[in-house]
Design a protein around this ligand. Structure first.
Ligand code: F6R
Length: 615
């Protein structure tokens, strides 16, 4: 949600900033801007809309310099206008600042600054912060690095809220200052150059040596050095990490969209989620990151899974998986509700928060609320450097690689795999025999191949997508663990194609939803050959009796569905606990092709941003 890139070094800053912004555009795409210092002169360029608009502007009004900051915005305070686009200036016009996060007390600060004759150009909370830093700097008698860092510190002590910022000042041209609280910021270390970014993918083409800043840390960078301190003024310990993935991992490669690339990556991402975690010898899963002994795990008598959006759907599927494999009751909580609900958490309840980005504000709040109650809380995260990964008391990484498409795809299947591993581990400590454990492991090992075979249905699914792309309403239905898959299919479709879509347990149809059925409203049923196949068929008949078109996801070899449905997609056979992982793939592809057919911006759907770092 919003992206920041900063550069200081001996090369031109603009190409680095623009490349970084393009890589971060999935974070927000309401407006973008750059501020570049050339000696003592500051140039700012901003444009509403996509980065392409900014690039066009810069072509007609070029800027040069070796120090710069930039931003791509997802609007929170203030509409999508040129004035509200970052970077913002202070009262003197010499200081420029970009910001991710929300300054909660900005109204009060703005009133106080206005009383001191400050004039604001925008409605944003960020401009208030720029003025505060500028005012503190102007009060100082010195014009040097220490004075700018101190001014940032002084301003940040006055704000309530979250921030990831980058600041430069025309009077101190050889320095950039960054700071974070609640919004990620990473320092990239190069040779005679340094970078700041809200997400490592923006700078990985230039360096893989990075420092992930902690909350309340301030970094001052020059071309050949950096210094990290804290908002309170003390020094800070830091660690230089190596970024695990390469610049190619954040490129689209041969695919027209990141989403399609990421759908196709699932044989590998699922393999990576299982790698080293299946023990054939002990017929169980090994999840060392939980940092719990078998005795600890044996005393667990209830599990709470929490997350948002797609991660919440994974939690819902996890409820079925864990209950069926381990016979432990599971409860799912929207992370956005967790902290307001005062959920009873008994000593033997195990709490997991699930988040691809590891930065979702609501999920982070759920983690903190659970920990505040003194409860050990675990994370299932993809981004290893994220706040949730760092703050949780243990957990399991997804190892899915960077997910850039705003619609979550590969992270979802990785989450399902991890929840299945958890079910196996907990089940083996309880009632599952060695032989049963071995069977589950050998079925899981087949998954990457089954996923690859399912993705081969792409062409058939594209044809079906074209047939139904003009529908205004879509229904998705499934039973048991495939009900959350129906919810996920509906979410994928609505978020990238803007078609209204809802997911239901198949049998709920007759309790109200059936009123929506008509010749124009397609219903997609997930109806594999499982214990509830016949019940699903009855529900399909109910739709057909009312002339509703039906697309069914069935199991290879099925002949019954083709007799009653308009279109049938047959996926490979797998045990019930693995079928959801296969069943979601056609739904991801269907949503993708419908959106592409309608000409929607698949990777950057309107109003959305990857990683929602505000409440
Ligand atoms: C849907 C989607 C969102 C995210 C949700 C949680 O395609 O991407 O619903 O799943 O915002 O994000 P993470 O997993 O990063 O916490």
């Amino acid at each position: 949600m919003c992206g920041i890139v900063g550069y200081i070094g001996r090369s031109e800053a603009l190409p680095v900033l623009m490349d970084g912004l393009r890589r971060l555009e999935y974070r927000g795409y309401d407006s973008s801007g750059v501020a570049i210092l050339n000696g003592g002169s500051l140039a700012v360029r901003k444009a509403v809309g996509r980065i392409a608009n900014l690039a066009e502007l810069i072509q007609s009004e070029p800027v040069h310099g070796q120090v710069g900051i930039s931003h791509t915005r997802w609007a929170t305070h203030g509409g999508v206008t040129h004035e509200n686009a970052h970077p913002h200036l202070d009262q003197s016009g010499h200081l420029s600042l970009v910001h991710n996060g929300v300054i909660e007390n900005y109204q009060k600060l703005r009133e106080q600054l206005t009383e001191r004759s400050h004039v604001f150009q925008s409605q944003t909370d960020t401009e208030v912060l720029a003025h505060l830093v500028g005012e503190a700097f102007d009060r100082s008698e010195r014009r040097d690095k220490a004075a700018l860092v101190e001014a940032v510190r002084e301003a940040l002590r006055q704000v309530i809220g979250t921030y990831g910022i980058a600041v430069l000042h025309a009077d101190v041209p050889g320095i950039l200052v960054g700071a974070r609280r609640g919004s990620p910021l990473v320092l990239g270390i190069g040779k005679n150059e340094h970078f700041l970014a809200s997400d490592v993918s923006a700078i990985v083409a230039h360096t893989r040596d990075v420092v992930y800043l902690n909350d309340y840390e301030i970094v001052a960078i020059q071309d050949d050095r950096f210094e990290i301190s804290t908002v309170s003024g003390s020094g800070a310990d830091f660690q230089i990490s190596k970024v695990e993935f390469s610049a190619e991992a954040v490129d689209k490669g041969r695919f027209p969209h990141y989403m399609l690339k990421e759908i196709y990556e699932q044989p590998n991402s699922v393999r990576d989620a299982m790698r080293g975690r299946l023990s054939a010898e002990e017929a169980t899963a090994k999840l060392g990151g939980l940092e719990m002994t078998n005795a600890d795990l044996r005393s667990v008598d209830r599990i709470v899974l929490s997350g948002c959006g797609t991660a919440f759907h994974a939690a819902l599927a996890g409820e079925y998986l864990i209950e069926s494999l381990a016979h432990i009751p599971v409860e799912c909580e929207f992370a956005s509700e967790f902290r307001y609900r005062n959920l009873p958490l008994d000593r033997d309840t195990l709490v997991f928060v699930i988040s691809q980005s590891g930065e979702t504000a609501d999920t982070l709040a759920a983690l903190r609320e659970s920990q505040r109650k003194g409860h050990r809380t675990l994370g299932i995260c993809n981004n290893v450097a994220s706040t949730i990964a760092r703050e949780s008391d243990g957990g399991v990484y997804m190892h899915a690689g960077p997910e850039i498409g705003v619609a979550a795809t590969k992270s979802f299947t990785s989450q399902l795999v991890i929840l299945t591993l958890l079910g196996l581990l907990l089940g083996r400590i309880r009632h599952l025999s060695h032989a049963e454990g071995r069977t589950i492991i050998s079925e899981m090992e087949k998954l990457p191949d089954l996923i690859a075979r399912t993705i081969e249905l792409d062409k058939q699914i594209e044809k079906i997508a074209k047939k139904y792309a003009r529908a205004e309403n879509f229904l998705f239905m499934g039973r048991q663990a495939n009900y959350p898959i129906a919810l996920e299919g509906a979410l994928k479709l609505k978020e990238i194609s803007y078609i209204s879509a809802s997911g239901y347990p198949s049998a709920e149809l007759k309790h109200g939803v059936i009123a929506l059925i008509n010749e124009e409203t397609p219903s997609l049923f997930i109806a594999p050959q499982d214990a509830v196949f016949d019940q699903n068929v009855s529900n399909i008949e109910e739709v057909k009796a009312r002339k509703g078109p039906v697309i069914a996801i069935g199991t290879e070899g099925d002949t019954a569905l083709a007799k009653i449905c308009d279109d049938v997609i047959l996926i490979p056979h797998a045990p019930d606990y693995l079928t959801p992982i296969l069943a979601v793939l056609p739904l991801q592809l269907l949503a993708y092709h419908i959106a592409a057919t309608l000409g929607c911006d698949v990777d950057k759907p309107r109003n959305l941003a990857k990683s929602v770092t505000v409440e």
